[in-house]
Design a protein around this ligand. Structure first.
Ligand SMILES: *[C@@H]1O[C@H](CO)[C@@H](O)[C@H](O)[C@H]1NC(C)=O
Ligand SMILES: *[C@@H]1O[C@H](CO)[C@@H](O)[C@H](O)[C@H]1NC(C)=O
Ligand SMILES: *[C@@H]1O[C@H](CO)[C@@H](O)[C@H](O)[C@H]1NC(C)=O
Length: 392
């Protein structure tokens, strides 16, 4: 395992070595015994697809940047290759965020499949072996973001992702989504009749992820398992007691496996049912606070009803750019964080810009002494000084 888990770190320092910030020492030079624990006293900073506001999503450098910037959890989407290897990739097709179109050898792989009731045409991950996927390079989803890293980094496997979290210099949690389980189970077959969900949990077990929320095991290797598919979560809860989060989409989207509506899955009886299996919900933020003509409307009671059942609420997705900020926030992402953390009172946020959320939390609710010993605080201070000096 050593080479695969060191390689991303070496690679990053190679590619980004002259960038503005200091990098971590190699994992081999650190003792994992006395790593700083994860903070659990303030809402979680969940690095959505890594620091994908800066670096192409779900790549090793995007995750390492997020760790460097203060993420509590690194978030990822798990799909499968044709040969059954679990990979970190958001879309079921490769078209929008890789250079697959430039690979003549794959030109005949384009397919149309029915995905949750829609006919989607493109290059599906499930039609490529891992070896073939590794030939591709990832690019930014949005052309208004920094494109200098396009074409530099490859797709990583679930195991490589886990290694990045476990090799971090402090305890960093993982937040994997079991993505499109219906489609994956239709197209990929594993030996002995195993399902995608079995393979997913097997991988987590291999690296020691277990234990209920806040247990000793959990605090050593924190994890939230997330899914939009309630039957997958119920199935997985038979296999592991790791905490799970039920994702909730736009009000118009039915669930992918049970075809239930938003109204049904956010009703009191359904929250009573799902709370037996999950520790929280991950709603699209506009379903918590509806938006009209780009202005916020009065918040729904979803957070209050979830909290009444001891369910955490981790909304998605927070993005710094003007076009994503509703007008009430005066084009200021800090005003948006302030609203969600202090007015709505959520328990975690999925952000594309880990550093912004981290800075906001450090300025408004710095961690207490018990969470962060003075030695590491000193190190943080020095790092901050260095980075502000370099930025200046
Ligand atoms: C998808 O394609 C199939 C086969 O061409 C067609 O029968 C079906 O109506 C299409 N479904 C949608 C939702 O467009
Ligand atoms: C959970 O496991 C039990 C025992 O193996 C089985 O009877 C049950 O059907 C499983 N439930 C689900 C939802 O898979
Ligand atoms: C899902 O539910 C909608 C609305 O109830 C219905 O029109 C549609 O046919 C259902 N789809 C499936 C695949 O069952």
């Amino acid at each position: 395992m050593s080479l695969t888990c060191f390689a991303p770190f070496l690679f990053l320092s190679f590619i980004l070595g002259c960038a503005a910030r200091p990098f971590y020492p190699l994992p081999s030079k650190m003792s994992n015994q006395n790593r700083q624990p994860m903070q659990t006293s303030r809402p979680y900073n969940i690095a959505h697809r890594g620091s994908n506001g800066e670096i192409p999503e779900e790549t090793a450098p995007a995750y390492m940047r997020a760790i460097e910037e203060g993420a509590d959890f690194i978030e990822t989407d798990i799909l499968s290759s044709k040969d059954g290897v679990l990979i970190c990739f958001h879309d079921v097709i490769l078209d929008l965020t890789t250079d697959v179109a430039n690979h003549k050898e794959f030109a005949n792989r384009k397919r149309t499949y029915n995905v949750q009731g829609f006919n989607i045409t493109g290059f599906f991950t499930v039609d490529f072996t891992l070896k073939e996927l590794k030939k591709l390079r990832v690019k930014q989803r949005y052309n208004f973001r920094d494109e200098q890293y396009n074409g530099k980094f490859s797709i990583i496997t679930f195991e490589e992702f886990i290694s990045i979290a476990l090799d971090a210099p402090r305890v960093v949690g993982i937040y994997p989504e079991i993505k499109n389980p219906v489609l994956i189970n239709q197209h990929v077959k594993w030996p002995n009749g195993k399902r995608f969900e079995d393979k997913f949990v097997e991988t987590l077990r291999k690296y020691g992820y277990k234990g209920s929320y806040m247990s000793k095991d959990w605090l050593e290797k924190p994890i939230f398992i997330q899914s939009f598919a309630p039957t997958s979560l119920v199935y997985i809860s038979n296999l592991t007691n790791s905490p799970k989060i039920f994702l909730i989409d736009d009000v118009t989207m039915p669930t992918q496996d049970t075809n239930q509506s938003y109204w049904e899955i956010t009703s009191d009886p359904y929250l009573d049912y799902i709370k037996e299996y999950v520790v929280g919900i991950g709603p699209w933020k506009d379903t918590v606070v509806p938006v009209k003509n780009n202005y916020l409307q009065p918040p729904t009671d979803l957070v209050a009803r979830a909290h009444a059942r001891d369910l955490q609420v981790h909304p998605y997705t927070y993005r710094n750019e003007n076009m994503f900020l509703h007008l009430d926030f005066h084009q200021d992402p800090y005003v948006e964080y302030d609203y969600w953390l202090n007015k709505i009172g959520v328990d975690g946020l999925f952000t594309d810009f880990t550093e912004s959320l981290h800075n906001f939390q450090e300025w408004t609710s710095p961690l207490s002494q018990k969470d962060s010993d003075s030695a590491s605080k000193l190190v943080d201070k020095i790092a901050l000084l260095i980075s502000s000096y370099r930025k200046g």
